[in-house]
Design a protein around this ligand. Sequence first.
Ligand code: DAH
Length: 344
Amino acid sequence: MIEKIQQLLAEVEQLTAQNAEELEMLRIKYLSKKGAINELMADFRNVPAENKKEVGMKLNELKNRAQEKITALKEAFESQDTGGCDLDLTRTAYPVDLGTRHPLSIVKNEIIDIFSRLGFSIAEGPEVEDDLHVFTSLNFAADHPVRDMQDTFFIESNDTDVTKNVILRTHTSSVQVRAMENSQPPIRIICPGRVYRNEAISYRAHCFFHQIEGLYIDKNVSFADLKQVLLLFAKEMFGAETKIRLRPSYFPFTEPSAEMDISCNICGGKGCPFCKHTGWVEILGCGMVDPNVLEASGIDSKVYSGYAFGMGVERIANLKYQVKDLRLFSENDTRFLKEFEAAN
Ligand code: DAH
């Protein structure tokens, strides 16, 4: 019997299995009820009394070793369980191409972040809009040539009542109107979104781009408040040394209106090709909301006043990253997008 045990011990030490089924066969062969070890156990009672101790110890050793071995083989399988497919888990992982944020999203988020800290919340509106929200409520007269300022894409055009025209919004100022219609002051929002204009596509113009509109309406809001907020924004966005200047301008929905320049952040205001050697670059339009606009959306212009501003995200992104060709922003060329990995 001792020889038999020794022989099985030697066998057990050599056990290998290629897969779970083979391992199960081994377990049945050695450890099951009818397995080799149990058979020896059954024979144990025939062992002469004087040998019982020695044979008993050997038999126990065999049983323990067999159990250990089979557990070890099982663990080895489990740790490399491939879920039934032939993956080579020892192979080095190949580089995973992680996506990165689009530069326009990076810039948009940065702008939103700055204004959120100033208490502005985000408002959104539809891209397919009606004339009422894009033009009429913003004080664009039906027959006023100022409507030509923005080349509009029409979805449905209505000859008898232009306010019913369905169009792609040409600016995010339409979201102001929706916000004023739906709530009473104080209103403090920024409205990021895509806008569309019927332009020939070139390196400097596209038929769609992105804007962020700002609106603050409350009692006693003044031009000084507007200027202060925009100065803070410019410094946060382009650096603490950034200067601003406001030039008188015209928009139908603001009175007075202005365009804001910042000191060119590429040459630091000394003059370079980007700022056409003026030291200044225009970044946004702004003004005090025209009382007609407040009234058109149900806000009492005798009680409330407000300011608004609107900027192009591509323009701000260009100032930060000097992208020469606007088309790059919408072509999804990964060589271009990868350049912004570090800014993510
Ligand atoms: N909506 C204007 C545009 O698309 C930008 C703008 C100018 C927005 C002045 C404003 C503003 O809110 O006050 O050109």
